[in-house]
Design a protein around this ligand. Structure first.
Ligand code: DAH
Length: 345
């Protein structure tokens, strides 16, 4: 038996295994219930009593030796397998292309408008979307019974005659007040932002949309200055051939007020279905800031004058990219958004 023990020990010491399955085979061969060492244990029962002590010790040593050896082989095989997996990783391979998002068309146009006005020296001002009556209406010379104050046009968050109404701004003109309350002329700001109106959603109207407001207040600002800024903007935005036309209009916060048309950029002014055969399309409202507004905001209307203008970003985007249905802008359909990949700078 002693011989057999020595032989098994030598065998196990020399055993090698290429992988974890081979290690398992060795374990079964030596250490399982029917393995070589267990069989020896069975034979041990028949050994003469005077030999039992020595042989029992040797047998136990063999079992411990085999267990340790097989554990070592198992660890080696696992390390080898991990190494092989790491070798299979090719770091020089070109990666799978990552889908890159595109800029939203409204953001592209918003940025373009901002760029044009910043070339004329305007800087960006922003204000809150949740506003009060003063900033959206009263300071801007809206009469108490003006229809824009109606529930049908304005989303009110709370109505309280003592605390004042809290509402979602219906136009970015509220930012004019916010800036003029805290600054003295010269003021030259452009205010992009989202506005809300209580409208049923359709292809032509939405309950929220985006505007850009511009305001210039200083000494001796005239209507001619306004007209020059408008012409510059129209030609930068729609091309150097673009003509502009001003039509008298009314806004509570400007006097005189006008609406600006540009020559239709589809037919070049000849008349087509888009401009309803008129050759002109309306793009914005503007005017000289009403002296009441300047005074309400703490600016001396005897010393300073100013012009203001406001436009819808959706409208400009529609003219540039022919997006016929306003709902497309907020549906997040990637097929629509992907069309603007090349327009984003
Ligand atoms: N606030 C107006 C609107 O929402 C747009 C507008 C018109 C803004 C004339 C102006 C302006 O600053 O002068 O319809």
């Amino acid at each position: 038996m002693l011989e057999k023990i020595e032989q098994l020990k030598a065998e196990i010491a020399a055993a090698e295994a290429q992988n974890e399955a081979a290690v398992e085979e060795l374990r079964i061969k030596y250490l399982s219930k029917k393995g070589a060492i267990s069989l020896l244990m069975n034979d041990f029962r028949t050994v003469a009593p005077e030999l039992k002590r020595e042989l029992g010790q040797k047998l136990n040593e063999l079992k411990t030796f085999a267990t340790e050896r097989i554990n070592t082989l198992k660890t080696q095989a696992a390390e080898q397998a991990a190494g092989a997996a790491a070798d299979a990783l090719d770091l020089t391979r070109t990666p799978a292309p990552m889908p890159i998002g595109t800029r939203h068309p409204l953001n592209i146009v918003r940025q373009e408008i901002i760029d044009i006005f910043s070339r004329m020296g305007f800087s960006i001002a922003e204000g809150p979307e949740i506003e009060d009556d003063w900033h959206v209406f009263s300071s801007l010379n809206f009469a108490a019974d003006h229809p824009a104050r109606d529930m049908q046009d304005t989303f009110f968050l709370s109505r309280d005659p003592e605390q004042g109404d809290v509402l979602l701004r219906t136009h970015t003109s509220s930012v004019q007040t916010r800036v003029m309350e805290h600054a003295q002329p010269p003021i030259r700001i452009i205010c992009p932002g989202r506005v809300y109106r209580n409208e049923a959603i359709s292809a032509r109207a939405h309950c929220f949309f985006h505007q850009v407001e511009a305001l210039y207040v200083a000494e001796n600002v005239s209507f001619a200055d306004l007209k020059q800024a408008l012409l510059f903007f129209a030609r930068e935005m729609f091309g150097p051939e673009t003509q502009i036309r001003l039509r008298p209009s009314y806004f509570p916060f400007t006097e005189p007020s006008a609406e600006m048309d540009i020559s239709c950029n589809i037919c070049g002014g000849k008349g087509c279905a888009f401009c309803k055969q008129t050759g002109w399309v309306e793009i914005l409202g503007c005017g000289m800031v009403d002296p009441n507004v300047l005074d309400a905001c703490g600016i001396d209307s005897k010393k300073y004058t100013g012009y203001a203008l406001g436009m819808g970003i959706e409208r400009i985007t529609n003219l540039k990219y022919r997006v016929k249905d306003l709902r497309m802008f907020s549906e997040n359909d990637v097929r629509f958004l992907r069309e603007f990949t090349s327009a984003a700078k």
